[in-house]
Design a protein around this ligand. Sequence first.
Ligand code: OXD
Ligand code: MN
Length: 590
Amino acid sequence: MATAAATMPPLPTLSKQVTEWVASVRELTQADEVYWVEGSDDEYRHFIGQLQQSGELQKLNEAHYPNCFLARSHPSDVARVEHLTFVCTSKQEDAGPNNHWMAPAEARAKMRGLFSGCMKGRTLYVVPYCMGPIDSPYARCGVEITDSAYVVINMMLMTRAGRAALERISREDSFVKGLHSTGELDPNRRFIMHFPEDLAIESFGSGYGGNALLGKKCHALRIASYQARNEGWLAEHMLIVGLTSPQGDTHYVAAAFPSACGKTNLAMLIPPDSMPGWTVTTVGDDIAWLHPGPDGRLYAINPEAGYFGVVPGTNRKTNRNAFEMIQRDTLFTNVALTADNQPWWEGLDTGTPVIDWQGQPYAPGNGPAAQPNSRFTVSAKRNPRYAPEADSPRGVPISAIIFGGRRRGVAPLVYEARDWNHGVLVGASVASETTAAAIGQAGVLRRDPMAMKPFAGYNYGDYWSHWFAMGQKLKHPPKIYHVNWFRRDSDGKFLWPGFGDNLRVLDWVLKRCSGRAEANETAIGNLPRPSDLNLAGLDISESALDELLSIKADEWRAEAADMAKYLDEFGARTPAQLRAQVAALQQRLG
Ligand code: OXD
Ligand code: MN
């Protein structure tokens, strides 16, 4: 590639919509130069070199971590900022109580002030990208304009970015406009604005992934969920995993969990030694776009092309695939360093940190060595269990949808919804303890329906109605489940081993999907009995199993009452069907 920034778009046929928008942003931001990202490997290497020169990237130990680099963010810019994230629909009710709202004109004016002249002396990068396989009718494109080369290389790993996307945009002439500047990283001048009615995003003042890599949460969840409701599909915070049983049949499962609750681990699960013959492959680890297929089943694509995963806790035992995947060609953000310049994080069972995530000599009294929300960015192709179907334009058929949360009590290990409509209540009832993935106190229980609380780009009431409507469109809807890997005993210890042993639960789920497993019908749904699960080789006490697989009616009566109260927040937008599901649950609970 040319080393000087290109000033002309690479396609003569490029739509005016794109060129005029880029020109107007350049005028607003006063950028010195405009660079159009082509998406080549040479270009990626060039950006890496440039970021090393500017000191924004540090090369890691080449012998142990070839082609790996470390970035350190500003210490105040380490996670998503939900309180500074807005959905700017014309009517406030359309954004709903689940979103912060600002009137579009006010938001545009505020952002105009912030972006005005903000790229003086800087290069404006134009990143055309495609969310989903480039030839998939389900994929959607966007263009991110950013002044951060770090954002550019992350987008190159996380999306299908460059010329092919620009060609598709030129053909379709419809794309999401994403404008980003790191600004001065001042938390008082930081806003992540969404304009779903205009398919536009404006993000200022943060370089953190979820706030700055606009293809991910901003486009593929907030804007896409809004688009999906209008067009009759679903954009969800779900991993997609392929499971082939020892008998050779393959099923795909989509699973929604709040941030930092183990989606990447479940998507890359390693079967326990005592369950030989299973093969697990990853289609996606964070986002699923779900469409009714021609055969009446639900089909999923992963709009992303890479993983932006939580590093702490990753080791050979918890997630061997992820651990191997990040041994090369990986960008690390906010991890610690060993004396010989290897990345280090809490949960890594080898090495010793000497430099903490802020670049200071590590002192145990100063908190964790790696930032608890430190991340890896890596191409999905580096995953040893990458599912080739992830590139299929048709997507994969989904047999089961699983919802889950991080809960010390109440929710059993697994239960099955009675049907799709009851499943909407099961998903809407997800509650979870907060984690380090967003700024704020961790460990507080909050409702996180469908694990979409930070990501639904419109009123949850309308969102649930859309879920009911989707069920109507499916002749063969997936079965719906809820799991809780995080239940604890009275001493605070986890009752379930989790990780690879979660396959025991998935095994039961798949057997239920094909009518080959029994269940205990309860008021909240169908639970396995211990004898219904494959527990061979698992060291677990009868009392732990009993606690994991039973429910307490009084706790669930309180849970249902709390849910009914929660739904009141959405007033008239709460679908009557959902209220009826709560009432039916309350009746079953007595
Ligand atoms: C993520 C998140 O980064 O959910 O995936 O925060
Ligand atoms: Mn996520």
